[in-house]
Design a binder for this molecule. Structure first.
Ligand code: ATP
Length: 369
């Protein structure tokens, strides 16, 4: 078993709390992604698991072992970093085998293991070359091979694709996913790229200010962000947030905001009643856009199109709703021009509700680290 448990882990640098009381359980063979903006503590959390940072508080377990005080070499962890720093004067075979050599693994065993991972990563024809004779993607694969050859129970990767161009990133992303299925090591992957996180993670831990804000499967994080920060960070363009006041008219609850008034169905009453204000969250693709005034205008919101952008697979509309700017995506062949009036409706099942002060979701929290 190579599950990884963090119990109340804290790491400080002077007055900066880089990792703040983090509790997390990463399951055996799971692909966990740490996602968050620059400086939120992803790398420090990863380095703490590796033993490269001495934590100020808490415990770290790999399987049954408490590794908190163990040096990195004794933790059974493989690491791939953004700067993969291969030895330029060594062949690819020697670079890959380096970790085994310092562990004094016999030469025949070493050769067999180097060949095995080289095949897995399509490097078997390049073993005699030097790093300077490889492309960026090939060098990246060598860095992964070097980490895998020690047969780690846990593989840590810190932004391993960030030095690659967009196309190569895309290819390597798919290869890493395939590789994870082939080797089945518990993997922790750091990135600030939300697409990479959605694509690779079995679960994503979204971090902010040294804490895990939400930890869940990608679809839950996308559909039900735990707070406004997560909804803004994940999704391109991000989730739209609209503030509205909650009122009661003729016994019915209404949400009234700048330029709109809607009557939510009664199933939302438990969420809404007792509040004076709310933030509605809705993804750009969850609006329905009509270009003529609908016969039934209940819950149809009139707004005007400001900008139309063709992004290939969608047409992205920037819509002005009485001063609030919304991003709305429509089918790419939709005929629409700036200046047109539209009527927006949405599927209530796709609406998220946030507390207007704390900005946390009002529906039951999904934080389940
Ligand atoms: P990035 O995506 O930019 O790499 P990150 O989420 O990985 O960011 P960390 O590198 O973990 O963030 O840094 C978390 C916080 O700790 C930041 O405020 C950073 O400045 C601080 N920090 C990290 N390492 C050190 C250090 N060695 N000395 C002082 N402060 C540090």
């Amino acid at each position: 078993m190579a599950d990884v448990r963090l119990e109340q882990v804290t790491r400080r640098f002077g007055s900066v709390v880089a990792v703040n009381n983090v509790d997390l359980h990463i399951k055996d063979k799971e692909f966990m992604v740490f996602l968050g903006p620059s400086g939120c503590g992803k790398t420090t959390t990863l380095r703490s698991i590796a033993g490269l940072e001495k934590i100020d508080q808490g415990r770290i377990f790999l399987g049954e072992r408490d590794v908190t005080e163990l040096p990195p070499g004794q933790r059974g962890i493989g690491m791939v970093f953004q700067s993969y720093a291969l030895f330029p004067h060594m062949t690819i075979a020697d670079n890959i085998g380096f970790g085994l050599k310092i562990k004094k693994v016999p030469a025949s065993v070493m050769a067999e293991r180097v060949n095995r991972v080289a095949q897995l990563l399509y490097l078997d024809n390049l073993l005699h070359r030097y790093p300077g004779q490889l492309s960026g993607g090939q060098r990246q694969r060598v860095a992964v091979a070097r980490a895998l050859v020690i047969e780690p129970a846990v593989l840590l990767m810190d932004e391993p694709l960030s030095n690659l161009d967009a196309l190569l990133r895309l290819q390597m992303r798919a290869e890493l996913k395939k590789l994870h299925h082939a080797i089945n090591a518990t993997t922790i992957y750091v990135t600030h790229d939300q697409v990479e996180a959605l694509s690779l993670g079995d679960r994503i831990a979204v971090m902010k200010d040294g804490q895990i804000v939400q930890c869940d499967v990608p679809m839950e994080i996308y559909d039900k962000p735990a707070n406004v920060f997560v909804g803004s960070f994940i999704g391109n363009p991000p989730m739209n947030f609209i503030r509205g006041e909650i009122m009661r008219e003729n016994g019915q609850l209404l949400i009234k905001g700048r330029g709109f008034s809607i009557t939510p169905s009664t199933r939302f009453t438990p969420i809404l009643q007792g509040r004076s204000e709310i933030i509605l969250g809705i993804r750009p693709e969850n609006f329905r856009v009509q270009f003529h005034e609908p016969t039934d205008t209940t819950n149809a919101v009139r707004a005007s199109v400001e900008v139309v952008e063709l992004l290939g697979n969608i047409r992205l509309l920037t819509i002005d709703l009485s001063g609030s700017i919304l991003k709305v995506s429509v089918e790419p062949h939709t005929a629409v021009n700036p200046g047109e009036n539209v009527w927006l409706t949405w599927n209530e099942d796709k609406l998220c509700f946030y507390d207007s002060e704390t900005e946390w979701a009002i529906t039951p929290s999904r934080v389940s680290a």
